[in-house]
Design a protein around this ligand. Structure first.
Ligand SMILES: [Zn+2]
Ligand SMILES: [Zn+2]
Length: 315
């Protein structure tokens, strides 16, 4: 009598370690375990914080053990690999029961048992998804990718909004640099565009970080934003500016408003708010290289202050 042996199955043990590796671009997919979020993002293992570190969801800021951030697809893949190993082992063990008794004598009956190989269980391979923004964290050098633009660094938990603002302001400065050598018409366009980009970068940045604290504040109207931030957060993001700098910021933001909505033609609203002595109703505003350059630096200073005041740490 053959004895049934489970040696193949036993040799697998009771714990499995299935490696989840990075894709061809070096990215490893991650998924936030919080039910209301389940945000998908990717990181490049080996960049960022050295040694064991918790993981932060870039979207909701949830902090947890790194091994709680596997994606559904990675889990299904690992499960399928385990199932395959187990079924293969069981199959091998069953083969130990195989026998064949030839018929004996004239009226003998023969018996046999053959274990037939059935189709092996499929491995659920997966592919990481394409994301929209790739970021290298300024604080810990982690390479990561997210949907949208703004998020918390998955390794060190620093919000990237200030980093993105600074990068956009750098682009606006490059536009200004191009304006120096461009013909006058193009130069005007580049200067106006640099201003528009700086203001919308500041607006997007400011809104985003205030939203993290459930405050809906817009930053295109800089004087209004200053008041609202003071009311809501109890600090003044322009407190490091001189009176002249604040004046410049207010005027240049008003100029941007005219350029974006009034074809740059001066209206009553501008005359009242911009404190611009050279302005004449119905004429086009003038915008020069120097004042946009100053405005970009002022925006950067306000951005630093706003960030430190609203979002000093992880939620
Ligand atoms: Zn999340
Ligand atoms: Zn980081």
């Amino acid at each position: 009598m053959r004895r049934f042996s489970t040696s193949n199955l036993d040799s697998l043990g009771t714990q499995f370690s299935i490696p989840i590796t990075a894709d061809q671009d070096g990215y490893l997919g991650r998924e936030c375990p919080v039910q209301g979020c389940l945000g998908y993002f990717k990181i490049t293992p080996g960049t960022g914080v050295k040694g064991p570190a918790p993981c932060y969801c870039p979207y909701c800021g949830h902090k947890g053990e790194s091994n709680t951030f596997f994606t559904q697809e990675q889990i299904e893949y690992a499960r399928s690999v385990v199932l395959r190993k187990v079924t293969d082992a069981i199959h091998e063990d069953l083969r130990s029961l195989e026998f064949e008794h030839k018929p004996q004598g004239l009226f003998g009956i023969g018996f046999s048992l053959k274990v037939k190989a059935s189709a092996p269980l499929p491995i659920r391979y997966y592919r990481e998804k394409q994301l929209e923004t790739e970021v290298v964290c300024d604080s810990c050098t982690l390479h990561y990718a997210i949907y949208g633009v703004f998020g918390w660094c998955p390794d060190c938990g620093v919000h990237n909004s200030l980093q993105i603002l600074v990068k956009n302001l750098e682009l606006a400065r490059k536009e200004l640099a191009l304006a120096v050598t461009a013909d006058p018409e193009l130069a005007n366009h580049l200067i106006g565009d640099a201003l528009e980009n700086a203001v919308s970068a500041f607006d997007g940045f400011g809104r985003k970080i205030c939203m993290q604290k459930s405050a809906d504040i817009h930053f295109q109207n800089i004087a209004g934003a200053r008041r609202r931030v003071q009311d809501r957060f109890g600090f003044d993001f322009a407190d490091s500016l001189t009176a002249d700098e604040w004046d410049c910021a207010g005027r240049v933001f008003q100029k941007r408003h005219l350029l974006a909505h009034k074809m740059g033609v001066i209206d009553e609203d501008y005359l009242q708010k911009a404190n611009d002595k050279s302005a004449v109703l119905g004429r086009k505003i003038s915008l020069n290289h120097g004042e946009v350059e100053s405005a970009i630096s002022i925006v950067e200073a306000m951005g630093q202050r706003l960030f430190a005041g609203v979002l000093p740490a992880i939620p």
